[in-house]
Write a protein that binds this ligand. Structure first.
Ligand SMILES: [Cu+2]
Length: 160
């Protein structure tokens, strides 16, 4: 065998190796893509589409309340859109009038189309000296492009 032949033989061997490595990487890449696809299929983001936030009530009006009456409220929020709805942060209360707002708890921070969650308040009541008219504005901030800050008002008027 001449020197030239031997060199060509080795070159062919290396090419074969490279082909095996490239093939292996392609299979690995395909496996990773399939694995990620499975994760998405298991309740992840809906890619594309537009989320839409809807609350089951936009105003809660307790009217006149006697001081010391214990109250709580729950607001059901539904994604009626076609994309995944995400809360930009925990829903919070802005005290427009009055004092002593309750705290809020959201069941879920991310909703796929058709899914709902409930925002629940802690128990609250007013006493003499902190009674009168109250207006709590509940801000529900999401990635809904047409309604990024949905506000639900909770009105109450307390007296002895
Ligand atoms: Cu108050």
């Amino acid at each position: 065998m001449s020197k030239k032949n031997r060199r060509q033989k080795r070159k062919g061997f290396q090419l074969k190796h490279a082909a095996v490595i490239v093939g292996g990487l392609l299979i690995l890449a395909a496996a990773i893509l399939m694995f990620r696809g499975n994760i998405n299929g298991g309740g992840g983001d809906i890619v594309g589409g537009t989320p839409a936030v809807v609350a089951d009530q936009n105003v809660i009006d307790y009217g006149d309340l006697k001081d010391g009456t214990v109250k709580t409220f729950a607001i059901k929020v539904t994604n009626t859109g076609t994309g995944t709805l995400r809360f930009s942060g925990e829903p919070y209360i802005e005290v427009v009038q009055g004092c002593c707002p309750p705290t809020l708890t959201a069941g879920s921070m991310s909703l796929n189309p058709g899914q709902s969650t409930t925002i629940t308040s802690s128990q609250f009541m007013m006493h003499p000296g902190m009674d009168g008219k109250h207006d709590f504005a509940i801000h529900i901030k999401t990635n809904d492009p047409t309604q990024p800050d949905l506000v639900v008002h909770v009105f109450s008027n307390w007296s002895e």
